[in-house]
Design a protein around this ligand. Structure first.
Ligand SMILES: *[C@@H]1O[C@H](CO)[C@@H](O)[C@H](O)[C@H]1NC(C)=O
Ligand SMILES: *[C@@H]1O[C@H](CO)[C@@H](O)[C@H](O)[C@H]1NC(C)=O
Ligand SMILES: *[C@@H]1O[C@H](CO)[C@@H](O)[C@H](O)[C@H]1NC(C)=O
Ligand SMILES: *[C@@H]1O[C@H](CO)[C@@H](O)[C@H](O)[C@H]1NC(C)=O
Length: 349
């Protein structure tokens, strides 16, 4: 038995006094650390002041300074960012979805520089660390108690929860004054899409479609929330508020279906929101392949159920793209996309 311990055992009242002194010293220490460290980095100081907790947001906690800083770093001079959300299931495996997503920017035309404006939002620690390792712009979504780490099979309860959390987060980004292009990570960016996105200032939302009906103003288009560009303004913020408010009353529906319903009920018109529906000629997907590879900006692995199948079929798209890039004019005329067999099979069973 050590000397100090013997003394304490003999003198219990001193033990109490020492404990109190110790606690006071520790508190003083923390206070000094808190006061000396720059406010920007100190969650200790900002805890109460900047904590935003919109009601019912799946316990998501957002610190204003942290999000502001992440957005500012990735932003273009026009306060626009590209946002992708990942979790553990998207960063793991021999070739992860995130790796493939980044390959798109590497292989695409005029896409490499867009990485400077890509903000990766990580839903768990593993994906956050992977993001930092890749030296991308990263932001960690913080939640109390829950981590959205595993693969969310299409339309499972967790899948739907994660989708709603994403809607809530993106609404917050709009409220911070940032416009953004949202992209799923199963979208390959093969050409810089900005030249084919409308520069018309009056358009609030440009959204991809599963299949395009030929009319970019027609609300009969089947929208897909895996790729869209939205401006931050009063109308778009109202749209996201209205959208998120449907969360509770939309059992079994994913956020995309809820948005589709709201559109069919005339919400876009009510809000005065101007929407353009994107042609699959430029914003292609597995539901409806672009009819001309020479015009494609992005390829989305939609109409597909699992991550594994998406990775397999998007890898074929990468091969198709390389084949196209290396081919002469004659072969280009005969170009056809590979079939998306893994995705077709992903629906059986
Ligand atoms: C939010 O937190 C509460 C209490 O901390 C918990 O009971 C609830 O399950 C959480 N909700 C979600 C969606 O994680
Ligand atoms: C496209 O859709 C809009 C909105 O429904 C409609 O007003 C317009 O006439 C349509 N254009 C064509 C060419 O059909
Ligand atoms: C598609 O791309 C080709 C080759 O760049 C171009 O000549 C054509 O005008 C484009 N078509 C459309 C509809 O943009
Ligand atoms: C393309 O095809 C035409 C006729 O089929 C042929 O004359 C020409 O040499 C071909 N060009 C190349 C680059 O293969």
């Amino acid at each position: 038995m050590g000397k100090a311990q013997q003394i304490y055992m003999g003198q219990p009242r001193n033990l109490v006094c020492d404990a109190v002194t110790f606690v006071l010293l520790v508190c003083l220490g923390f206070l000094v650390i808190g006061l000396l460290s720059p406010a920007k980095n100190s969650s200790f100081l900002q805890f109460e002041r900047f904590r935003i907790k919109p009601s019912n947001t799946y316990n998501m906690t957002i610190y204003r300074d942290e999000l502001d800083e992440a957005l500012a770093k990735a932003s273009t001079p026009h306060k626009t960012v590209i946002i992708a959300i990942v979790n553990k299931a998207y960063v793991e495996g021999d070739k992860s979805m995130l790796d493939l997503f980044l390959d798109g920017f590497w292989l695409g035309d005029d896409t490499r520089r867009l990485l400077n404006h890509l903000l990766i939002v990580a839903a768990d620690q593993t994906s956050f660390e992977r993001c930092k390792f890749l030296h991308l712009h990263c932001y960690k979504l913080k939640t109390e108690g829950v981590e959205f780490a595993g693969e969310k099979i299409y339309m499972s309860d967790d899948f739907i929860k994660m989708m709603w959390r994403r809607t809530s987060f993106l609404g917050t980004v709009l409220k911070f004054g940032y416009s953004f292009v949202f992209t799923d990570t199963d979208v390959l960016w093969l050409r810089n899409p900005f030249p084919v996105l409308s520069q018309d200032e009056s358009i609030d939302l440009q959204i991809s479609t599963d299949s395009f009906n030929g009319n970019q103003s027609s609300e009969s288009n089947l929208i897909n929330t895996g790729f869209y560009m939205i401006k931050s303004n009063e109308k778009s913020i109202k749209l996201f508020d209205a959208w998120y408010a449907r969360k509770g009353g939309s059992a079994g529906l994913k956020e995309q279906d809820v948005l589709l319903n709201m559109m069919r009920e005339g919400l876009f018109k009510t809000l005065g929101l101007r929407v353009r529906f994107l042609d699959t000629l430029y914003f292609s997907g597995f539901c409806q392949d672009s009819r001309d590879v020479r015009n494609v900006s992005t390829v989305h692995a939609n109409c597909c159920r699992s991550i594994g199948a998406k990775v397999t079929d998007l890898t074929s798209v990468v091969h198709d793209w390389k084949r196209f890039k290396n081919s002469g004019a004659n072969e280009t005329a005969k170009f056809a996309w590979s079939r998306h067999t893994a995705c077709e099979d992903s629906w059986r069973h």
